[in-house]
Design a protein around this ligand. Structure first.
Ligand code: DOR
Ligand code: ZN
Length: 351
């Protein structure tokens, strides 16, 4: 298969940042994806519908004229989220759920959750309104090995949570382990998971080969090859519980290439080409459309997009760096060539 035509995809997990940084990168997502679920981990975090709608307006204002892109917002769940906010989300189509960050798990998670049990009343209300919970699934205890944090979170917190709230809609974000895949596959209730291009393409060797590679550092951290294989198989089996979420997370170059580099891979610039490269590795290009364009919309109860994007087997050169606010961002796989290219379809522009 050398040419692919896909229904316009959606990105169900992206970091668009804000201000001039956002203006520099939002186009990369908006020109390919019909919708994206925009993460709320700004400083300060987006915890209220009103704030999310204002953030959404800033995103819309940064789009090129005629670009049709529908950013959908997630609120940052905190221990002081008022119950009324859940009802407000349920009646606001532009805001589609809550993101749960365990405190200290990742970038800007200081306002996150310390005790999951304390959330039970809020989760009960979310289940009642059928408002989804998107989960960063890692324990944060400093004595737990960083490579075990996802598996332990599932065992300690997520499994029990799904038992307590059987009808709660849950998305385990950026799954990085076989245990994460097993959890989603086995869950009885409405549970799904997103998979990033970087976790599908790289294992943890990529952090260290040839020297320390800060641009491959993300959270959850890359895992062993057997985990990558499990993710690839989950993405490509046609299971509607798995769908595309890039977790594209740009940072200024100086913050990544630092004595304490921050977490995040910037994949939005070539997202679909990267996913095609991963699916091609296991001869599963015929499954890419379901993963990228059907399963997420179906899970969130939203209509599938109209319009198409096209990809072809022709090398793409990934730039060494890209403008990003006051500085630059190093894109994922900078300076490398990948075998797939997205072709512009003139009849589709502005769609
Ligand atoms: O690698 C990551 N970067 N993982 C996250 O969970 C957050 C993200 C960010 O915002 O930079
Ligand atoms: Zn993220």
């Amino acid at each position: 298969m050398d040419q692919l035509s896909l229904l316009k995809p959606d990105d169900w997990h992206v970091h668009l940042r804000d201000d001039d940084a956002m203006a520099a990168i939002v186009g990369a997502t908006a020109q390919v994806f019909g919708r994206a679920l925009v993460m709320p981990n700004l400083r300060p975090p987006i915890t209220r519908v009103e704030q999310a709608l204002r953030y959404r307006e800033r995103i819309m204002a940064a789009l090129k004229p005629g670009q049709s892109f529908n950013p959908l917002m997630a609120l940052y769940l905190t221990e002081s989220t008022p119950e009324e906010e859940i009802a407000r989300v349920a009646e606001t189509p532009e805001v589609i759920g809550f993101k749960l960050y365990p405190q200290g798990a990742t970038t800007h998670s200081e306002a996150g959750i310390r005790s999951l049990e304390a959330l039970d009343p809020l989760l009960e209300t979310m289940a009642h309104y059928q408002v989804p919970l998107m989960v960063h699934g890692e324990v944060t205890d400093s004595n737990i090995d960083i490579f075990d944090r996802e598996a332990l979170f599932i065992e300690r917190y997520l499994e029990p949570l799904t038992q307590r709230f059987r009808s709660l809609r849950i998305v385990l974000e950026h799954i990085s382990t076989k245990e994460g895949v097993d959890f989603v596959e086995r869950a009885q209730g409405p549970v799904a998971g997103t998979l990033t291009a970087h976790h599908l393409l790289l294992n943890r060797n990529a952090l260290f080969v040839g020297g320390i590679q800060p641009h491959h550092y993300c959270l959850p951290v890359l895992k062993r090859e057997n985990h990558r294989q499990a993710l690839l198989s989950a993405a490509t089996q046609g299971n509607p519980r798995f769908f595309l979420g890039t977790d594209s997370a740009p940072h200024h170059r100086s913050l990544k290439e630092s004595s304490c580099g921050c977490a995040g891979c910037y994949t939005a610039h070539h997202a679909m080409e990267l996913y095609a490269t991963a699916f091609d590795q296991v001869n599963a290009l015929d499954r890419l459309e379901g993963f990228a364009s059907h399963h997420g919309a179906d899970f969130y109860g939203l209509p599938r997009n109209t319009g198409v994007i096209r990809l072809e087997r022709r090398p793409s050169n990934i730039p060494l760096e890209l403008p990003f606010g006051s500085e630059s961002v190093i894109p994922f796989m900078a300076g490398k060539t990948i075998p797939w290219t997205r072709t512009e379809d003139p009849s589709n522009s502005g769609d």
